[in-house]
Write a protein that binds this ligand. Structure first.
Ligand code: SAM
Length: 327
């Protein structure tokens, strides 16, 4: 875009100043900062003193506030760290935002269950004894904040399905295989309802709600679960599915998603797939190159089509990028 050269760009620069991005121009920030756990990043020292680390984050949050539109959301993915004693990064970041002179309003936490893909730690502490059993985290957080007001001006349909909306507004994200099971169950009920001539958005939503409620009663807590990203040459990528879900909840097509710690470009890839614009900052030239390559080879989801026989929305011609959903 000629008049908006900052759109759909990854700046190889420090996110403490995002001067190229105009104030109030972004609907969603989705990001995962370095956790300060001595990861081997090419251009960032991941072993800062805690006060230096928090000062760096503080400067980035301030810039995020400037570029967000009123009601725009800041979603920060972070894990607590095992520094003996345990350091709750999510609490520190929440406290930073809560006490900031910018007006951040807290919307809550999403628990991201890393499930089977979480590292198999053998740090048991005292195995089978009460002296010092060690907790091993298999989850991370996404702490969600709004700028100035909870409501986003100009909000509109995001393209999310009723089923996804019900699932992803629950505070813990559910294992993918479980989700597929539930989708099948909902689809069967929906097909039955249609056969009986009951076919509207309200019926579809109430079926989805009742199947989810039943699943929760069966003891499976709601969990936003996705495996960690592999196959990307970066020490700490998150899966595309994480920014994708946040975009489908918090933005509409054509909105802008910013990632100030872009890394290998997962947020930009999710934006391209879901028809959003992106802008990113990343201090490592090597990661910027990887991110740009990933964006170039990513595909837009095909527009969903309804199969009137089955009621399933399922694009047909790009097998790697199927997005099977239910009305
Ligand atoms: C946890 S990683 C982000 C990974 C990313 N979500 C992905 O999927 O690849 C944090 C990134 O922040 C970058 N970084 C650290 N300090 C930065 C700063 N001040 N400005 C911009 N990028 C920075 C690091 O180089 C690293 O790639």
């Amino acid at each position: 875009m000629e008049d908006q050269p900052w759109l759909d760009r990854i700046y190889c620069a420090d996110a403490r100043s995002m001067a190229d991005v105009p104030a109030g121009s972004v609907q969603l920030v989705v990001t995962s900062p370095p956790y300060n756990v001595d990861k081997d990043y090419t251009d960032h020292d991941d072993d800062l003193r805690l006060d230096e680390y928090l000062a760096m984050l503080h400067a980035v949050w301030r810039e995020c506030y400037r570029v967000l539109a009123p009601g725009g959301r800041l979603c920060v993915n972070v894990a607590n760290t095992d520094r003996k004693p345990y350091l709750s990064l999510v609490s520190l970041i929440d406290e930073q935002l809560r006490t900031s002179d910018c007006r951040w309003l807290h919307r809550g936490h999403i628990i991201w269950d890393k499930g089977a893909s979480a590292g198999i730690s053998t740090a048991w502490g005292s195995f089978g004894r009460s002296s010092n059993p060690t907790l091993r985290d298999v989850h991370e957080y996404i702490t969600v904040w709004s700028k100035d007001q909870l409501r986003l001006d100009g909000g509109g349909p995001t393209g999310i399905t009723g089923n996804e909306f019900v699932a992803w507004t629950r505070s813990i994200w559910r294992p993918e295989d479980r989700l597929k099971d539930l989708e099948r169950k909902i689809l069967a009920k929906l097909t039955d309802a249609r056969r009986r001539g009951k076919d509207d958005a309200w019926i579809a939503e109430s079926i989805a709600r009742s199947v989810w409620a039943q699943a929760a009663d069966e003891g499976s807590e709601s969990i936003w679960s996705m495996t960690t990203e592999t196959g990307v040459d970066h020490p700490a990528p998150f899966p595309e599915e994480l920014p994708r879900r946040l975009m489908l909840l918090y933005t509409k097509p054509g909105d802008v998603a910013l990632d100030p710690f872009m890394g290998s470009g997962s947020t930009a890839v999710a934006a391209v797939m879901e028809g959003r614009h992106y802008v990113g900052y990343e201090i490592s030239a090597e990661y910027c190159r990887i991110a740009e390559e990933r964006v170039e080879t990513s595909e837009v989801w095909e527009t969903s089509k309804v199969d009137p026989e089955q009621g399933v929305i399922c694009p047909s011609s790009s097998p790697g990028r199927l997005r099977p959903t239910i009305l």
